[in-house]
Design a protein around this ligand. Sequence first.
Ligand code: NAD
Length: 480
Amino acid sequence: MSVDTGATLLIDGQWRQGSASFEVVDPATLEPVGRVADGTAEDARAALDAACAAFDAWRAVTVEERGGYLRRAAAEIRAKLDTLAPLLTSENGKPLAEARGELLGSARMLEWSAEEARRAGGRVLPSAPNGPGLVVTAPVGPALAITPWNFPASMLIRKIGLALAAGAPLIVKPAEQTPLIATELVRILHDTGLPAGVLQSITTSRPAEVAGALLADPRLRKVSFTGSTEVGLSLLRNTTTHLRRTSLELGGHSPAIVFADADLPAAAAGVVAAKFANAGQSCIAINRLFVHRSVHDELLALITAKVADLRVGRGTTEGTTIGPLIDHTALAKVERHVEDAVAGGAEIHTGGKRWSGPAELKGAFYEPTVLTGVHDDMLVSREETFGPVLPVYVFDTDSEAVGRANATDYGLAAYLFGKDLTRLWTAMDHLHFGVIGLNDPTPVRPELPFGGMHNSGQEREGGAEGIEAFQETKSVAIKL
Ligand code: NAD
């Protein structure tokens, strides 16, 4: 089945066809699932003109009214879950249950942004010798959101909710692999009656051209990017002539530490959830599991049994828990990492090879894999695998575990499993990561700021900080 998406460029309140189009494929079958307009630099500039024209009126809209658009869109996402989830799965591959979860999470993000908009004011400081001071916030201005394919709904919606709540018009550029769900979500928001130019969307197969046209224009006041560290750094290099607010949510290399006193069945379930969701293609997926020597064998047995029970297949098939990787380039990277580890002496406990199913599933499937005997110099230890591979390491002391967990240039997410609060707190305090789950394998909540340190990014999304990222600050000194 192929979706006829027609015009997918939303510019100045109108859906446009564009001069060319490109195909979207189902990563499970490699069959086409739709075509979308292939936006150009010219389209992007037209969108920026419209965003600039819309800005003054949008910033004047009351926060209640802005929140109303977001709340109505959230309700519509919930109402349309049964059609949106299969659409998301058709171009991303993840199991339907995960697609539904992502969409429900997206609805919650919109609702939260709608509420938080009411509190996104400044502050009044008590009088200094001359008089009081005010910290006044203002929407940042026209903004650009660039989003990835791995969470094509939530990454997009989080940026839309925060930008619109803050009063900033937003142009979104969804990933070229997953423009269908993005377009449907933008349509839902647009259909709430948003004024022209407040939310616009440019589907394109030429991200560098479209982003480059916008970045070259000083009227663009903000970029919010989620994707690879490589592209994130290139965006910073491209912004050398005009300074603007830039939020970067980039790659990760998440550690998890399981202490000796952990509830082992709960830790095993948590590790498997945090590693294998979305077939390991998550920026906060566990990439390195450190287990205390005294519980290593027991935990490994629990994890291996759970991983062996995961069901690989097409995301739309009942019971599938591991879908395809996004493409064969991703599969080649996973294979390279596992081959490198095995060549260096690592042992495979389950998985360790491509999965082959029915002939129509021509996509890039890999069996969920558990490795032990992994050294710190192997590829799996040094790079984000972005696939269903869990390397397990042994540690003896808490400080050794935290030190090895910190031994990466990335600093996005980390996980701790244990009971002793002092130990958990001390480890949390010493970890250089922006998001930390204490016995929690899903540490992403609308009310918590999300983002990484070091090469994992800058600024935060979600929480009050997420709205601030779409605001400027003015300090007002009053002399009485
Ligand atoms: P990617 O960087 O290739 O693509 C992300 C987005 O950037 C897409 O929309 C793409 O079209 C666009 N893009 C690509 N080249 C560009 C260019 N030259 N100029 C402007 N835009 C460009 O990343 P990906 O492969 O889609 O996503 C996987 C990566 O994203 C992983 O590293 C993952 O860890 C990271 N990620 C991070 C987070 C986070 O919140 N920190 C969330 C999800 C994914």
